[in-house]
Each structure stands twice: as C-alpha cells, then as structure tokens.
Design a protein around this ligand. Structure first.
Ligand code: SAH
Ligand code: MG
Length: 196
C-alpha cells in the first residue's frame, strides 16, 4: 500500500517537474539513516514531502522537521504527510529557512533547497547539529554541469554552477567537518561534524 502511494508521489513529481530526490540519492540517504541510527532530522526544502516521508518510513521513532518556503508546495506536502499518517513525526514549517531560528539539535541536516544559498544554510544551521552529526547536501553535480559547464550557455545557470563549486570548496576547506563526495544521484556530499 505504502509502495503504491510512494509511486504516485514519484509520478506526480515527474509530471509537474518537481525536483524530488532521484532513486539512487534517496536510497543512499535512507541507508545512511538506517546504518547510523539517526533519529532527529532537519530538512531544508520539503517540496511535496517525498524525501521527508521516505526518511520517516525508515523507522517509526524517527522525527523530522522540514522547512518549505513555497505555499503551494507546503500545502501539497501537508496533504501527502497526512495520507501517510506521519503528521505526528513530520513537522513542516512554512517559511524561508534563512528567516527562522530553531532551538533543537539534530543528528542529520539534509540540505536540498536553493542551490545558491547552500553556504548560508550550512553556516546558519551548524548550531543545530549535534557533535558527530551529519550534513548531507544534494544536487552538487547539477546534472553534470558542475563537472563540465560547457553544456550550457545560460548565464544564470553558469552563475549557479559557480555557486555550487564555491560550496564544494567551502566544504573541502571546512576544518570542523570531514566531507566525502559521492557521484551518485545528482551528486551528494556527506559532511560529518568533528566531535571536538
Ligand atoms: N527534498 C525534496 C525536494 C526539494 S526541492 C524531495 O527530495 O522530496 C527544493 C525545495 O526547496 C523547493 O520546493 C523550494 O521551494 C524549496 N526552497 C528553496 N529555497 C528555500 C528556502 N530558502 N527555504 C525553504 N525552502 C526553500
Ligand atoms: Mg535535490
């Protein structure tokens, strides 16, 4: 039953060009959550709630806070979360992530929102990550353009590619984290906060 519902979400996203996580990426993310016994998750960028639902389904004592700034997406996410009876475990906030202040600390922060703002998200929510916790960032390949941007002539796209490259450098040079980059899905970084 749940599988059917998930399938419908994937189809809906595809049809409406909503950039939910790709199969490989979401499998990597849920495996990571399982293996590392992650329980408290903060997500930036809910869209229709697909990845939040997938993460919550890993284990029934996982709790998720997810932030979405677009009201239409937010409304769809609310509906989908209710359909999965996950409203007690997924707390969705309608706001720009850069405008809110959270007090809780999380085991995992999943960044999957506006690619131009990743450094800002990372710096802002660092204080909400437990020691030894993980930040996972999605879309660092940006359809392969980060590795080779000759495939686009669009100035805005090129600008965005520059920002993503900057973020990758930022992660590489961040002494408080150890980052590993994975080329699966649309490019994923796993940054583990040092326990000092
Ligand atoms: N994580 C989702 C996909 C998210 S798509 C999944 O895999 O299922 C990216 C979403 O981030 C979009 O819905 C967009 O509206 C939202 N977003 C972009 N910038 C944001 C910001 N500053 N604060 C909150 N949400 C943001
Ligand atoms: Mg993404």
């Amino acid at each position: 039953m749940v599988y059917l519902q998930l399938d419908e979400l994937e189809k809906f996203a595809k049809k409406n060009h909503i950039p939910i996580m790709q199969k490989e990426g979401i499998n990597f993310l849920t495996d990571y959550i399982k293996k590392n016994n992650i329980k408290d998750i903060l997500e930036i960028g809910s869209a229709i709630g697909y990845s939040a639902i997938k993460m919550a389904l890993v284990c029934d004592d996982i709790n998720i806070t997810t932030i979405e700034k677009d009201r239409n997406m937010f409304n769809l996410a609310i509906e989908n979360i209710k359909n999965f009876n996950l409203e007690n475990r997924i707390n969705i906030i309608l706001n720009d992530a850069l405008e809110i202040d959270l007090k809780n600390k999380y085991d995992l922060i999943f960044i999957d929102a506006a690619k131009s703002q990743y450094i800002k998200f990372f710096e802002k929510f660092n204080k909400n990550l437990k020691r030894g916790g993980t930040v996972i960032s999605d879309n660092l390949s940006f359809h392969g353009l980060v590795e080779d941007d000759s495939k686009t002539k669009n100035r805005n796209t090129k600008q965005l590619v520059k920002k993503i490259r900057k973020y990758i450098e930022f992660l590489r040079n961040n002494e408080n984290y150890i980052t590993t980059f994975y080329t699966l899905g649309d490019g994923i970084a796993v940054s583990i906060k040092k326990a000092n």
